[in-house]
Design a protein around this ligand. Structure first.
Ligand code: GDP
Ligand code: ZN
Length: 456
């Protein structure tokens, strides 16, 4: 089946110039198409790198030098024959190689098609394929570690015993239904309920890991809000350690939202510097304020910045009460300007929010702020688990499976015939199987692989 595939080709290194550029082939004709592009002294052997010259098709002279690696199917990434030509990273030469192989009968690979073939040939399951993409897209080392675990099949291993229990239950009930006339013992209802619970338990536990897994995968949004001129942009810059926001002494200049990604504790955090939340004096500013309100509403974490050098924060009362109950930190900035001890003003601790003094000018308190943000990040999920659900797709499948299992459980208490119960159990099984790709519909598969980069 696999051997009938077309041979695909793609530049697998990122676009543009680089030290090395790799053109990759996969398919039954990989060798046949790649070899004419090269001049080699020794034959290609499985999993061995060979030195080669890339030949100019017109002048018949040497165009570049390359290292060529061959993997003989089925012991390759895709399960098919693979040839990788690592040349110098000149887009001109890489393009030439691709064009020549297209006229030699190869087809340009779609995004993710190499990994799709690895999946279709059964070398990896769908959770592993998705983990390949996550690993490539990871922005922090922590994310990469989680993806690497799943690439090794950690999620599949966790799902396996759950599925096993479900399949056994279905098998027993099927037998009971088929032989109902022949006096075969149908399982007692209490036993069925117990068995369903033994599937629900670990599945629900898995579903809960998404609380943290979602954050690991997508990161958190942190909005910096406060009145104009309190030092939001300066704090933003301190946290980013890179001058992106415009810092000026004129109130109300950060009209648009400025965002920047940072990593705190391995979690990507999107910092949003908002315009000062106060009455706008012109239209551009009022748009900025509107955007700030939206950013505040969307944010997972909020820094409410106050000016520590002023006497009272009456104007901020509304803002502070509006973030009550959310993951927020009150920041008393400009601590360097504080004339006298105004600790009696720091009344915000009693809404359960942490209050921290900083000076964006001197850097005082910035490290404390960072670790306070890290605490909030850690608190926003259970954390610590290696094989957590990080993908929305996986979470939806697990949740849907749980729903059908709960329905099955309820059906028993209503004395519903077992045939009806089976519908729920099979539906739950299909959801569990869709995690690893056993029952994932083609259009969903296409959707998943289309999010990969070209050449992977
Ligand atoms: P924003 O409007 O809240 O974004 O405030 P900015 O970050 O633009 O800062 C407004 C002014 O306050 C600028 O002149 C900053 O240099 C100054 N500023 C910001 N943070 C501090 C601080 O911690 N101490 C002092 N002394 N000045 C600060
Ligand atoms: Zn600003």
């Amino acid at each position: 089946m696999v051997s009938e595939n077309e041979t695909i080709v793609a530049i697998s290194t990122p676009p543009g110039r680089g030290g090395i550029g790799i053109v990759r082939f996969s398919g039954p004709r990989a060798l046949e198409i790649a070899l004419p592009l090269l001049k080699m002294r020794a034959e290609l052997e499985h999993a061995r790198a060979r030195f080669a010259e890339i030949v100019d098709p017109e002048k018949r002279s040497k165009l570049d030098e390359a290292v060529v690696t061959y993997f003989e199917g089925p012991n390759s990434y895709t399960g098919e024959d693979i040839v990788e030509i690592a040349a110098h990273g000149s887009p001109v030469i890489l393009d030439l190689l691709v064009r020549q192989s297209l006229s030699g009968g190869a087809r340009l690979a779609r995004p993710g098609e190499f990994t799709e073939r690895a999946f279709l040939s059964g070398r990896i399951d769908l959770t592993q394929a998705e983990a390949v993409r996550d690993l490539i897209e990871s922005q922090t080392l922590y994310q990469a570690r989680v993806a690497a675990q799943q690439m090794g099949g950690s999620l599949s291993r966790r799902i396996k015993p759950i599925k096993q229990n479900l399949v056994e239950l279905i098998a027993v009930l099927e037998a009971g239904i088929d032989f109902a006339d022949d006096d075969v013992d149908v399982m007692a209802d209490a036993e069925i309920v117990a068995r369903i619970d033994s599937v629900i338990g670990p599945l629900a536990e898995l579903a809960r890991t998404f609380e943290h897994g979602r954050i690991v995968h997508s990161g958190l949004g942190l909005a910096i809000v406060g009145r104009p001129n309190v030092g939001k942009s300066s704090l933003f810059n301190r946290l980013v350690e890179w001058d992106r926001a415009i810092v000026t002494a004129i109130p109300g200049t950060t009209r648009d939202l400025v965002t920047e990604k940072v990593a705190i504790g391995g979690i990507p955090i999107e910092l949003v510097d908002t315009a000062g939340l106060r009455e706008a004096t012109d239209e551009a500013e009022s748009i900025g304020i509107q955007k700030s309100r939206e950013a505040l509403a969307d944010a997972d974490l909020v820094l409410v910045v106050l000016d520590a050098s002023t006497e009272t924060w009456n104007e901020e009362d509304d803002l502070i009460s509006s973030v009550a109950g959310r993951c927020a930190i009150i920041v008393y900035n400009k601590s360097d300007l504080e004339s006298r001890s105004s600790s009696h003003h720091m009344v915000t601790e009693d809404n359960g929010m942490r209050a921290i003094r900083t000076s964006a000018l001197t850097g005082e308190g910035i490290e404390v702020l960072r670790s306070a943000i890290l605490d909030l990040v850690r608190n926003s999920g259970t954390g610590g688990e290696d094989d957590m659900l990080t993908s929305v797709r996986h979470h939806e499948a697990v949740t849907a499976a749980l729903k059908r299992l709960e329905e099955a459980r309820e059906a028993i208490s209503r004395m519903t015939p077992h045939e009806m119960l089976m519908l729920d159990l099979y539906a739950a099984l299909r959801q569990v199987d869709s995690l690893t790709g056993e029952t994932t519909p083609d259009d969903i598969l296409n959707l998943i692989f289309s999010t990969f980069c070209i050449g992977k």
